[in-house]
Design a protein around this ligand. Structure first.
Ligand code: PEP
Ligand code: CO
Length: 452
């Protein structure tokens, strides 16, 4: 195999490639980003890998969640704090359900680029490049806005950095202090049928902490901070390459834009540029696995991305749809088993369950999402495998983008506060309810805790 370099991906076909009109301007921006400090560090990346390795062994659970696409406007205190809060609250419920540590990973601080099914968009006979996320171009339908602009890579890097700065502050101190789970409860609807169950679990956690601290006669500093790792789709290789570094006293190269980059379903070709880029970095890598993923393709991806079976290296995120998960998942699990390698299996119950209403609104139904998740747990369990994570599109705000849940919007109510420019997200209540139901399922079933 030809040697890997941070730009060897350029020798391969890149699906979803962006045609920058001014290559020199692009090169200048990339050079500037490469001079700036990294967003994450190699030791954090290695720490996450270890935690993912534990989860893959049956001693932990991965919660990955956030917006389908962050926008530069989302880089605002409320939006970041509410996202942090919902991930924290969901993780508490999952800790309670799984009785194992939960690894929190946000789709945050860099989830700015989107794959599109069509490179162009037509409106009233005019054809322009599709909007590909704030990292690439702007959404208004004008030629100026839609032309890819490399300075947006730098704006994205800066926004990611500002977001992460605030996330790090929130993670370390009062906001995330496990001694005060009730602090996290401020906006959870008091009349929701699930409020009482959430409150009970929060109280149980608080009691356990007091008990442990009484027994050990210490107040644990460890409980005053939580980790939140970052992830995004490694779609813009121009962006990732610019922050790909070697670091002192470690071997290899790291993508220091994020802890956990993932390869999307549309860019997972074994001969393609995205796989080429990701094979050479030391980060843990996620790969989205859709129903069209053939066994041969999967085996080649395992060879390329996971050659040494390094613990915690590979997260396979299946997104099959409620209708297909029963039929497709067993084949995928068996194929990985044949390879002899260990991966962390994670379910994305969102992307296989997107539909468009009669009124033309893109939505997802809470019930279908839950159905896929439950089926995924059951299939893994029946095959002696373990589903060790979930990947969910959500927001901490009370938007009306997905239908259902205990108090969620109906189809007729979707227009009330629909904000996403791309995929519909679970809102705060729906996300919390989903976590509660997963936790309940795990507690009742007990199977995911069983190490195999
Ligand atoms: C996404 O995660 O937003 C996405 C585009 O997913 P997928 O690649 O699985 O379609
Ligand atoms: Co999405």
């Amino acid at each position: 195999m030809p040697p890997w370099t941070p730009d060897s991906w350029k020798t391969k076909d890149a699906s979803q490639a962006v045609a920058y009109p001014d290559p020199e301007a692009l090169a200048r921006v990339q050079a500037e980003i490469s001079r700036l400090p990294p967003l994450v560090t190699s030791w954090e990346v290695e720490g996450l890998k270890q935690q993912l390795a534990q989860a893959a062994r049956g001693e932990g659970f991965l919660l990955q969640g956030g917006d389908c696409a962050e926008s530069f406007d989302d880089c605002a205190p409320d939006s970041i704090a509410t996202k942090f809060k919902i991930l924290l609250q969901m993780s508490l419920l999952l800790v309670h359900g799984t009785r194992t540590p939960v690894v929190r990973v946000g789709r945050i601080a860099g989830q700015y680029a989107k794959p599109r099914s069509s490179a162009t968009e037509e409106r009233d006979g005019r054809v322009l490049p599709s909007y590909r996320g704030d990292l690439v171009n702007c959404s208004p339908f004008t030629p100026e806005d839609r032309t890819p602009d490399p300075t947006l890579l730098l704006r994205g890097y800066e926004r990611a950095s500002l977001t992460l700065n605030f996330v790090r502050a929130l993670a370390d101190g009062g906001f995330a202090d496990l001694h005060h789970p009730e602090n996290w409860d401020v906006s959870f609807a008091k009349d929701s049928p699930l409020h009482e169950e959430y409150r009970r679990i929060a109280q149980a956690i608080k009691d356990s902490i007091s008990f442990m601290e009484a027994v050990t006669r210490t107040r644990s500093q460890l409980l005053q901070r939580v980790d939140l790792y970052t992830s995004h789709e490694a779609l813009s290789l121009e962006y990732e390459q610019a922050q790909t570094r070697q670091v002192p006293r470690r071997e290899g190269w790291y993508d220091l834009t994020t802890h956990l980059p993932w390869i999307g379903m549309r860019t997972a070709q074994p001969d393609g540029a995205h796989v080429e880029y990701c094979r050479g970095i030391r980060n843990p890598i996620g790969v989205k696995v859709g129903p069209a993923m053939g066994d041969e393709q999967l085996l080649r991806l395992l060879d390329l991305l996971h050659p040494d079976d390094e613990p915690g290296r590979l997260v396979l995120i299946h997104r099959l749809g409620a209708d297909r998960v029963q039929d497709e998942l067993p084949r995928l699990v068996e194929t990985v088993r044949r390879s002899g390698k260990t991966v962390l299996w994670c379910a994305d119950p969102m992307h296989g369950n997107t539909e468009t209403t009669a009124a033309g609104i893109k939505t997802r139904r809470f019930d279908r999402i839950l159905t896929e998740l439950q089926a995924a747990f059951e299939v893994h369990d029946a095959l002696g495998s373990r589903l060790a994570g979930v990947h969910i599109e959500l927001t901490g705000d009370n938007v009306t983008e997905c239908i259902g849940g205990a108090a969620g919007p109906t189809e007729q109510e979707l227009h009330l506060d629909y904000r996403s420019k791309v995929d519909p997200r679970l809102n705060y209540h729906q996300a919390l309810e989903m976590a509660l139901l997963i936790a309940r399922h795990l507690r009742r079933d007990g199977s995911p805790q069983r190490a195999r």
